[in-house]
Structures are given as structure tokens and as C-alpha cells.
Ligand binder design. Sequence first.
Ligand code: ADP
Length: 371
Amino acid sequence: MDLYPKLIMDTLEKVRYPGTGKSIVEMGMVADDIRIESNKVSFSMLFEKPNDPFIKSVVKAAETAILTYIDETIDIKGNILVKTKQLQKAEAPQLLPEVKNIIAVFSGKGGVGKSTVSANLAVSLAQLGYKTGLLDADIFGPSIPKMFGEEDAHPYLEKTGEKEMIVPVDKYGVKMLSIGFFVNKDDALVWRGTMAGNALKQLITDANWGELDYFIIDLPPGTSDIHLTIVQTLAVTGAVVVTTPQEVALADAKKGINMFTSEKVNVPVLGLIENMAWFSPAELPENKYYIFGKDGGKNLAEALQLPLLGQIPIVQSICEGGDAGKPVALLETGITAMAFRCLAENLVDRVNFRNENLDASKKVEMKRGMR
Ligand code: ADP
């Protein structure tokens, strides 16, 4: 059998995209990367959106067409790589050009301390001297304003050129905006979905974030359309995953990690944070009680070969600090403040390491291109 790219293209002409009824070749959905190695055929297909409902059926139809019209022994199953146009970062508009690193904070389930970690991480980064922004994107429970003692803040608008821009609230050296400033708690249900997604986009694109070293995004727990909106709107540097050592939390954290690393989302996971790692009573600070199990987060990180960025104990002052609007990371000393500072330093190291590697691989690519 004589296989060549044009034969594959001509065959794929016969496959129609159900959304338009047009041929997938005519629609430019077959990428120009058809590879043939003896009996094996592989290529990429481009879809507009990662949640295109026809992805599976169109890929299947393309496989079937090749097997039916050319030869049923061709090795094509599983060799079609799905790519989504929206996620091709190079093509995405460069939003927040003055922001160096965008870090998405994720948890598989609610209540594991994702917002507490986001708030304290942002404060620690600011204390280390980095220009830091924090976006509370948790539409299900926007708690960042309370943790910063800014529940009643009403961010104002400032005219920048032709446009009215939202001015983030500046507290503890962190520029901060929350979906909670704009959503009436009683209307929260109505806001979920598209409206919340659009409001969030506005908080990213229509706000004066200015120059930032780190832009921390406190995502909603679990997986939702909001996650996709964020990764499609912004070139996210990486995600950090917060979990407790408890089995149920670990299982959900794992699902989240799979989401980030999937073809559809494609955001690197920079590491795990184990929150509520143990409890130490104030009067016996040396004693550690592993209430939710021991080293669950650490073990998961090892199993997935991801860095463990920090282990944060259960300490009353963390909870009280959150309730009082003063994150514990503001303190100069103490084990909790140190734990968050250590976490921030580990994250910075990890991001620098990643950026250096990216730079190195870009240089290699450039060299290759020059040959
Ligand atoms: P999530 O954002 O994951 O829903 P929160 O950050 O709102 O979780 O935390 C849930 C509750 O647990 C809050 O009352 C918070 O103060 C408390 N909490 C979080 N982490 C700790 C910790 N390490 N020690 C003590 N309390 C904590």
C-alpha cells in the first residue's frame, strides 16, 4: 500500500464537521503535520474550542474514513492529536503584558484552605519584596475580602485613556480584587455560569493591575467552566494544588491535576501544598497530631513526581487571622508565618527554575531554526 499525505487529505475531505456540515479539510481543521511511518499515520486536528461537543465523533469519523477508504490495516487509532485553537498560547492576545507570573491556586474540594493559602501566599510574596496581585475567582465562596478585612470595599473606577478601569484594592502590599465585591451574596446562584465568567474576565482585563511579579488567582474548588475561562483568557504560568492529607481530598486533588495536565487545559502543575498537615496545640508546640492522616499530600506529590511546596499545620491563629482580616503571614515570627514564607520561597524557586528551562528550550529551538 502506497501511503502519502495527499491521499490522507483527500480521504479526510469526505469527513464533515456536524456543526457546519462542511468538510473538515475545507474548514482547516486538519493540521499540516501528517506523518507516515510505514503503516502508521498520525496528524493533529484543530478545533475552535476545547469543549467542542463534536471532538470525539469527528476524530472517530476521520479514523473510520482512513480505514474504510484507504486500508483497514492502517495504524491510525489513537494517533490523531486534538488541538484547540483557543489554547494555542502564541495566538492568544497578550493580556496583562506587565505581569510576569500568573499562578492559579486550585483545590479539588472546598474547605481545604485554598483561600487561606492564597491570601497568605500573596502576603508572603509581597513581604519578600515582589509586586503581587491577588484575584479572588472563587464564585462559590469569595472569602478573600474577609481575609483582608475589606468586606465593605467598593473598588472605584479610574479613567485610563479612553477607558474606565477598575482600581484594585491595595492592602498589606497586595493589589486585590474579588468577584465578591461585585456579586450580591443572595444573587450568587444567578451569577454562576456565563455571567460570572464574564465578570471575572472583566476583573482581569478592565482593571489596572499594572506591573506585577506574581498574580495569584484563587480559583473555585473542583473543576468548572470558570477554570477554562481563566486558562483561555490568560497565559497561566502554572497551577499549585492545595490539599489536606485526607483520602477524599487527595482523590479530588488528583482529578484536578489530571485536568490541568490534560490536552484541553495544558497548564503545568508547579507543585502541591499540604494544608492542615498536622495539629499542634499552643501549650505543646512540639507535639504533632495527624488528624487528617500523615503525609498524604507529601506521598501524593512523590507518587506524581511533583514538588511538595509546603506543609502547613493546623493552627488556631491561621483561622483567627482569616476571620479578623489579618493573614498570619503578616507576622514577623512564629511557625505559621515561617511556614507561609517558606512556601512563597519554594514557589519562587520553582517558577524561576521553570522560566530558566523555558528560556533554555527557546534558545535550543532558535538554534535549530537557524540551522
Ligand atoms: P477553601 O478556600 O478551600 O474553601 P478556606 O481557606 O476558606 O478554604 O478555609 C476553610 C476554613 O479553614 C477557614 O475557616 C480557615 O480559616 C480554616 N483554615 C484553613 N487552613 C487552616 C489552617 N492551616 N489552620 C487552621 N485553620 C485553617
